[in-house]
Design a protein around this ligand. Sequence first.
Ligand SMILES: Cc1ncc(COP(=O)(O)O)c(C=O)c1O
Length: 399
Amino acid sequence: MTDSVMPTYGRLDIAFAKGQGAWLTDTNGKQYLDALSGIAVCNLGHCHPAVTKAIQHQAETLVHTSNVYQIPLQNQLADKLTSLSGMKQAFFCNSGAEANEAAIKIARKYGHSKGIDKPVIIVMDGSFHGRTMATLTATGNAKVQVGFDPLVPGFVRVPYNDLDALRMAIGHWPEAVAVLVEPVQGEGGVKVPEPEFLAGVRAICTQRKLLMMLDEVQTGVGRTGQWFAFQHNEALVPDVMSLAKGLGNGMPIGACLVSGAAVGVLQAGNHGSTFGGNPLACSAALAVLETIENDKLLAHVQTLGADMLSQFKSRLKGQVGVKEVRGFGFMFGIELTVPCAELVKLALADGLLINVTADSVIRLLPPLVINAEEAALIVDKVCKLVLEFLSTHAVESVA
Ligand SMILES: Cc1ncc(COP(=O)(O)O)c(C=O)c1O
């Protein structure tokens, strides 16, 4: 530990020395099963050989030039992402917040092109979009915003998963130009909306000529069992989609993709990033996409994810102190009736990495590559930890 790093994180007193697949080894040599993937980043597990090889090769060939030149690997990655998503163009950056910043700028410029001077973007309660000024304003969690007034104007918030509230807000705000929404709220507590919610948002946006902007920073790149979570809804394509996290398997890269009315909004000089889409980051992302495809990981996530969810449900649903067990692909949320942050340390002692979000939701985001034995071990360890935790805490039952 050192005082030289700004204390912006509540860090646990543990450091890892190496990782392989779903396993990490700490600096004392103890092994841990990783059910968090660096918060949905190392989707192919740690040090996946295909990604390592791509990074090694590219590091020896060419790391960085500049976006003032052609970058063939960036073109290749844009071609691949647009063909997988059905979207038309990509802008590359380095993080999820930056991808959302690009989305927000697109929405505003789209508004200005329609003669709206003060465009409004509709965002959701309980959302998380990042820590830059615009994205923390868009985020529906007061904790992220406290101390940073004045926030950025031009955002209006509605409840998540509520199409009537969305319609009302749009009726109330003629300056509305876009709706920004996560297909599943990750930081907000693994909130899975009703199956018709996204299709409803799409229909409303189309009808009112608003951009539908999906934040797939956490849900994208295979996490939910499709390349992108919106693809669980047939024939639905958003106008804007932001990606990051799993795209580089740990190599920092983000992307903002556009389709429909969002194509052509940003022109030369409107946006940029020094590092965005450099050869090194793009080589890692291309290896990630190729591996997901070659190893048929989407089907694997669908099958094993459904199996894990049903095991969690059969062992925990109805237990006193367990409010809800939910999941989508390889995103799992076990909501308790009491705050449970201390479970993170209890799990560490048991050799397991988990996360608790929204105070009382155990969040699991295992690497997409885990096998059936590792999945069973995660389910077993988590269920035992939860039941033991609940047996020693005053909990309320849920009717
Ligand atoms: C849905 C979503 N959007 C945006 C972000 C911000 O991404 P980053 O931390 O890469 O800026 C996150 C990070 O957790 C996220 O989950």
